[in-house]
Design a binder for this molecule. Structure first.
Ligand code: MG
Ligand code: MG
Length: 267
């Protein structure tokens, strides 16, 4: 069942999502070679709690029985890891990329957004993967408009990425978001124009392309959470929470805080 949100509810979702954006900016400040993903996780958890919210991922139950709940505040997925990396004590090194996915719960509503960071100097090939994946996210968002269909979003993401020779992961998708982190509908990063659920003003969805440099085939880690590319090539992941709008999507999360930090780091 898809819950349409009122404007008041959308504003609460925005507050939670802006906190995710600001948390990702705290990560942007400190990410560098030698730092561990567990250190990033600790900074994120403290920042979220200091701002009166809770980390949604921490304790999130596994979708299959028998596996432990997610132990981190962040999903930190390095290089060939696509999503759901558990923060650990391995030091990041020059040339790595890290998808940092962050969720918050505040005033009864969830925030969910992800950004893939470069650690030190990353190869031009991998930077291109990141650029195209982020472009695909925004092309998907352009289609999150009243009267279009879910397939229009997936088509836009898939076409852009595949035209660059990249793989589009099928096993994981975006999702509706609101009082729960994962609500209906599922939002695939592939699809056909004009097909699928009709998009309506007030629908709130997380769009999150997970794109691979090579084959789109995946491989599970033994911890039950981590997912990597089967061929060991890099993967990128960018995510925004958006409200479907009349004529234009309303992006509720933000990369502006992150990118301001990254611009100042470069100078
Ligand atoms: Mg996410
Ligand atoms: Mg999500």
């Amino acid at each position: 069942m898809i819950f349409l949100k009122t404007q008041d509810e959308i504003e609460l979702l925005r507050q939670s999502n802006l906190l995710v954006g600001r948390t990702l900016a705290e990560i942007a400040k400190i990410i560098k070679p030698g730092v561990t993903t567990r250190q990033l996780d600790k900074v994120a958890e403290e920042f979220i709690r200091d701002n009166g919210a809770e980390p949604t991922f921490k304790g999130f139950p596994h979708y299959e029985p028998g596996y432990p709940a997610f132990p981190g505040t962040l999903c930190t997925s390095v290089n060939d890891m696509i999503v759901h990396g558990i923060p650990n004590d391995i030091e990041l090194k020059d040339g790595d990329i890290v998808s940092v996915d962050c969720g918050t719960y505040m005033n009864g509503f969830c925030g969910d957004s992800a950004y893939t960071f470069c650690v030190g100097e990353v190869s031009e090939e991998v930077k291109e993967l990141l650029r195209v994946t982020k472009e695909a996210l925004y092309l998907g968002i352009e289609n999150a408009v009243h009267g279009k269909r879910l397939g229009d979003i997936g088509y836009a993401v898939q076409k852009h990425c595949e035209s660059h020779g990249y793989g589009v992961v099928r096993e994981f998708v975006g999702h509706g978001i609101g009082r729960d982190m994962h609500e209906d509908p599922q939002v695939p990063n592939y699809g056909s124009r004009g097909r699928g659920t009709l998009l309506k003003h007030g629908m709130c969805i997380a769009i999150e392309p997970m794109i691979t440099q090579g084959s789109r085939k995946i491989k599970w880690h033994n911890d039950g959470w981590g997912v990597s590319t089967a061929d060991g090539k890099c993967a990128a992941h960018f995510e925004h929470t958006v409200a479907v709008g009349m004529g234009k999507a309303d992006i509720l999360s933000s990369f502006e805080f992150v990118e301001e930090v990254l611009r100042n780091k470069d100078n």
